[in-house]
Structures are given as C-alpha cells and as structure tokens.
Design a protein around this ligand. Structure first.
Ligand code: 1GP
Length: 257
C-alpha cells in the first residue's frame, strides 16, 4: 500500500527535527479555533488533529476543519472517536484501533462501518495503534479501555510490539486529555527501544519541561490540546512547549551519538 502525502510529510518532519508537535483541536470544546491555529502555525507546530472523545457531531468537525484550513496551510488530520468524526475537508484521518479496548467496536467495528465514507471523501488513512494508559481520562471511559498501568510498562511494550508486527505505522500512547500525569519517561523509553515506527505521546503535557522530558525519553510526536483551551498566553505557551520538545530532541540526538 502506498504511503500518502500527509504521512510522508509527518515522517520527513520527524526525521528533519528529531520530533514534531501536533496541535489538537477538540471541535466541541475549543471556542477560539482561529486564534489557536494562528498561534500554532507561528510557534512551529507541524500539523493539526481534530477530535475529542465526546465530540459526536460531524458538522462540528467540518466547521472546525474549515476554520483551520482558512488560517493555516498545515495538514489537518482527523482524530476520530466514532464514525461521526468522519468529516469532509481534512487531509487525512488516523485510521486507528484502540487495541486495549474491551469492546470490539473500538478495535475494528467503527473502522468497518466508516471505511466506505472515508474512501468516498478521499481522506488519506494513516494506520495507527491507539493505546490508553494510566487513568485514561474521557477517552478511556468512552472507549471501554482497560487502561494499561504506568507501573507495569512491560504490558504496554507488549502491545506496542504486537501493534508494529500487525502493520500499524504509528503507535500512540494516550494518557487521556487533561490528565494530571503524562505517560512516564521510563515507559516511553522502554517502548521506543522495542519498536521502529514513530511513537506518538499525548495527554497531560502542559509545559516546556514535560515536553522536553517526553521527547528526550523517546517520543517522536507530542500532542497537546487541553492546555490551549484555557491559557490566556496562547502563543507563549505553544512556544514554550515546542521549545521544550526541541531541547528534548537535542538531548535524544546527543544520547544516540
Ligand atoms: C488527548 O493526547 C491528547 O487525546 C492530548 O492531551 O489534551 O491533555 O493535551 P491533552
């Protein structure tokens, strides 16, 4: 299967910079999308994801995508929670499977129901294994996940290795939006050592230091959403997080050398 334009762009950016930052926009919660989009573009974010565990109105997704597209040239990737997230106008969709769900709907059911529409809309599909850890937040609750405990990293390592062997091209370690504790560095490092596909980490990354630690531990992609919904210093916050990521990438490169 051919790799699409957006996936190629993400991989090239990771290769070039040692990491990338993606700005997550929850179409239901974010009431100042244009402002966030302009700040994200100005501070060096590489792409947008649109999604939210409880956002179930396709028109909300489509409105958010139009707002992003009219303020930025960066790619927009749908981060689906359900078939209702399949919306017109994005560049791609994470074609993801919540592997540690106890409900087959989130592992393969929604994907079977959604694929025809995705093809009709011409959305690029990027295969991604989605793993929910820690307390799991709303994503864990909605997705009927059995969240992987931070304290037993071997379990997540097993899932990640199996996901890569099954052919997933990205692996996402999700702690849950807005949680107090992001995925621990030790766990990230253990997973990264055992896989070769890009590792995405999100949930609870709220400042430069957290971004630095998560990237230097091995994350290739960091995703932030919640912190942007509330801060009054949007651009500064994004700069701080992305600068943290850059420092982390430098550390990572020095460790490898
Ligand atoms: C949530 O991982 C993402 O799905 C981002 O998490 O909203 O906590 O930044 P935050």
């Amino acid at each position: 299967m051919q790799i699409g334009k957006t996936e190629k762009y993400l991989c090239e950016k990771i290769e070039e910079n040692g990491f990338i930052h993606i700005t997550l926009i929850d179409p239901e919660k974010m009431n100042r999308i244009e402002e966030v989009v302009r700040a994200a573009e100005a501070s060096g974010s590489s792409a947008f994801m649109v999604g939210g565990s409880t956002s179930h109105r396709t028109s909300d997704y489509e409105e958010a995508i139009v707002k992003i597209k009219s303020n930025s040239k960066l790619p927009v990737i749908i981060f689906p929670s359900n078939v209702a997230s399949i919306a017109r106008g994005a560049d791609a969709i994470w074609f993801m499977s919540l592997l540690n769900s106890s409900n087959p709907y989130y592992i393969i059911g929604a994907q079977v129901l959604g694929i025809k529409t995705i093809r009709e809309l011409g959305l690029e599909t990027i295969p991604m294994a989605y793993l929910i850890l820690g307390t799991g937040g709303a994503a864990g609750y909605i997705g009927d996940a059995r969240p992987l405990p931070f304290e037993i990293p071997e379990l997540t390592v097993g899932y990640a290795m199996a996901a890569e062997a099954l052919g997933f091209r990205f692996i996402y370690l999700e702690a849950g939006s807005g949680v107090a504790m992001h995925v621990p560095e030790k766990l990230i490092t253990m997973v990264k050592k055992c896989i070769n596909v890009p590792l995405v980490v999100g949930g609870g990354i709220r400042d430069g230091l957290a971004a630095e630690n998560v990237v230097s531990a091995g994350a290739d992609v960091i995703v932030t959403g919640d912190v942007l919904e509330e801060t009054s210093i949007l651009e500064e916050k994004l700069y701080e997080i992305i600068e943290g990521g850059r420092k982390g990438a430098l550390k990572k490169a020095t460790l490898k050398a």
